[in-house]
Design a binder for this molecule. Structure first.
Ligand code: HEC
Ligand code: HEC
Length: 298
């Protein structure tokens, strides 16, 4: 209970910023302060930027003209300029990175790392290890597959068409026999079976592969499968980004049957209880619908 606590003495804001080494007017510093945990709101008040989830018209953040005390400019808002990458080099880098920091890091490091080598700044300002958290569907929670989480971070940074890039890759990931990547120098040398996930969820995707292959979830073979998956997704992402650069932006459409479900269960439907706007299939989880869906035609 917050009320029971003595208020923690708060150092002067400028002093905090100086200690943290941030520019006084920088968005990063403001975000850090805005996020100052369990302190009373008015102790943390100094952020006057929009910390909500919506957009902001405040152009003082991320325009590159704010040099603050440190002389280091704020990074530009996305999208940053992408240059063509070799999908096979990206895949190999992802495969190797997987064994350093997991699936999310693998995809993020593969693309951003290649851009760091090819372009340099501003990509060299990004610590790709920030992506480690996404492994195992976020530190083992089995939610979004880290390879797709990494795809999202990369797409959002490099394209104004991120939603379609992400959706098209989730669709490809969910509906194909994967992984389809063969390392030249495998860490675990075996004939890696493939499976179709039907979903972007780590837990379901991995478990389906385990059931299809006969390998356990904690075996070296399963890890190898996820490393190859990271390579496959990173290569696909590089291909999609290259296509976009060549003037062919990604597109995505829900399958008809999903749109049918959402016609009643989505926005404005007669039984609007589903927030999902896109899905490879609804029947992944609602698999008895054919026999069990209530008759709503009467
Ligand atoms: C014509 C409109 C309509 C369509 C299309 C439709 N639903 Fe429904 N659905 C309903 C209504 C209305 C209910 C609530 C019925 C009730 O409470 O008796 C319902 C109930 C459900 C339930 C709860 C089932 C239960 O046992 O109570 C699930 C799950 C569901 N729908 C999923 C789906 C999925 C998945 C699809 C697409 C494959 C779909 N629905 C298509 C109207 C629709
Ligand atoms: C990853 C698994 C998963 C997927 C995919 C999924 N659902 Fe669900 N859905 C659930 C779970 C879990 C619940 C909660 C059921 C419960 O508590 O009884 C639920 C609840 C629902 C309900 C309310 C059921 C009720 O009792 O009234 C509807 C309607 C529904 N889902 C429709 C959809 C539609 C439409 C899609 C595709 C766009 C979809 N779901 C995709 C897992 C899923």
């Amino acid at each position: 209970m917050r009320d029971a606590h003595e208020p923690t003495p708060t150092p002067d804001r400028r002093e905090v910023l100086r200690l943290l080494g941030f520019a006084t007017a920088g968005g990063v510093a403001a975000t850090v302060l805005a996020a100052c945990g369990d302190k009373e709101q008015d102790e943390c008040e100094p952020c006057n930027c929009d910390t909500g989830t919506g957009g902001t018209d405040d152009t003082s953040h991320g325009t590159g003209d704010d040099t603050g005390d440190t002389g280091a400019p704020m990074a530009q808002d996305p999208p940053w300029d992408y240059v063509e990458l070799d999908p096979d080099a990206v895949a190999k880098r992802a495969y190797e990175a997987y064994y350093q920091g997991g699936c999310h890091y693998a995809v993020f490091e593969a693309i951003i790392g290649e851009l760091q080598d090819k372009v340099g700044a501003p990509f060299t300002q990004i610590p790709t290890k920030m992506a480690i958290y996404g492994k195992g569907g976020m530190f083992g929670w089995g939610t979004l597959c880290g390879t797709l989480n990494g795809t999202g971070m990369v797409a959002q940074l490099l394209s104004s068409n991120a939603a379609n890039i992400v959706s098209s890759i989730v669709d490809w990931y969910s509906n194909n026999e994967l992984p389809d990547y063969e390392p030249e120098e495998p860490v675990v040398d075996f004939d890696c079976p493939t499976s179709v996930s039907d979903t972007p969820l780590c837990h379901v995707s991995v478990t389906r592969w385990c059931l299809a292959s006969g390998y356990g979830g904690h075996t070296d073979e399963r890890k190898e499968r996820c490393g190859r998956m990271a390579a496959a997704v990173a290569r696909k992402l590089a291909e999609v980004l290259n296509e976009e650069l060549a003037g062919n932006p990604a597109t995505y459409e829900n399958p008809d049957e999903v749109n049918t479900c959402l016609g009643c269960h989505g926005d404005g439907g007669i039984r609007d209880v589903v927030l999902t706007e896109k899905a490879p299939t609804c029947e992944l989880c609602h698999f008895n619908l054919a026999s069990e869906h209530p008759d709503v035609t009467r």
